[in-house]
Design a protein around this ligand. Structure first.
Ligand code: G3P
Ligand code: CA
Length: 229
């Protein structure tokens, strides 16, 4: 079986990351799943933003955690990448799209230390409102553990950046190495979630090694490469 294609922040090479347009395009291009990063606003909403601050991806400045959703909604998250103006995307809105289009969603929680517990509880609550196959992911083993206790039926990915341990805890369903770690340990690829796979040689390696999910910024090209092999 070829790997499932997970659009990393949407079709984020072509359109501004974490916008509804980028996710919509990713599904048009043949993505099976959608990856997003989530952060808590000051008033407790989960929004799809990667960085702690909004400076890189909007026309505003400051930390997500210091702003309310209403304040974020006044900003433009689309024009920085040459896209159409776009509002900040909430996780609820992304889940609505995924539900309508039958896509899986891979939600990576950020700031697990400062808001540990709160962010996992907020995620569990939002997921309860949608019929979507969701997967929870984090670089923090504590965050994955806390979430699994709240939502045992939702699969989890523990992300690895520097090291890829041979064994994973029982509450982790999939190993989530960076592709640099797969190159170092190709024998461990079977069933893994691998990020971020944009290079054709890496796509081929993932396929050869039985990787289950590839996260890519380029879902259209990845789909074509997998179809050609
Ligand atoms: O899919 C996992 C990957 O997104 C982790 O890295 O920094 O892009 O969130 P980052
Ligand atoms: Ca991410």
């Amino acid at each position: 079986m070829p790997p499932e294609i997970v659009a990393h922040r949407g079709s984020s090479t072509r359109l501004p990351e974490h916008t509804l347009a980028a996710y919509d395009l990713a599904l048009d291009e043949g993505a099976d799943g959608l990856e997003c990063d989530v952060r808590l606003t000051r008033d407790g909403h989960l929004v799809c933003v990667h960085d702690a601050a909004i400076d890189r991806t909007s026309d505003g400045t400051g930390r997500v955690s210091a702003m309310t959703l209403a304040e974020l909604r006044r900003l433009d998250f689309g024009s920085w990448h040459g896209g159409e103006p776009a509002r900040v995307l909430t996780l609820a809105e992304l889940l609505g799209l995924a539900q309508d289009r039958g896509a899986r969603v891979f939600v990576e929680t950020k700031h697990p230390v400062r808001y540990g517990g709160k962010v996992e509880r907020a995620l569990a609550a939002v997921l309860g409102g949608y019929r979507v196959e969701a997967v929870m992911m984090s670089f923090s083993v504590f965050a994955v553990h806390r979430f699994k206790e709240l939502k045992p039926d939702v699969p989890t990915v523990l992300l690895y950046d520097r090291l890829w341990p041979k064994h994973r805890p029982h509450f982790v369903d999939y190993a989530g190495p960076g592709v640099h770690l797969l190159r170092r340990h190709p024998d461990r690829g079977q069933g893994a979630y691998v990020w971020t796979v944009d290079d054709p040689a890496d796509t081929a390696l993932c396929r050869e090694r039985g990787v289950r999910f590839v996260a890519t910024n380029n879902p259209g090209e990845t789909r074509e490469r997998l179809a050609a092999n």
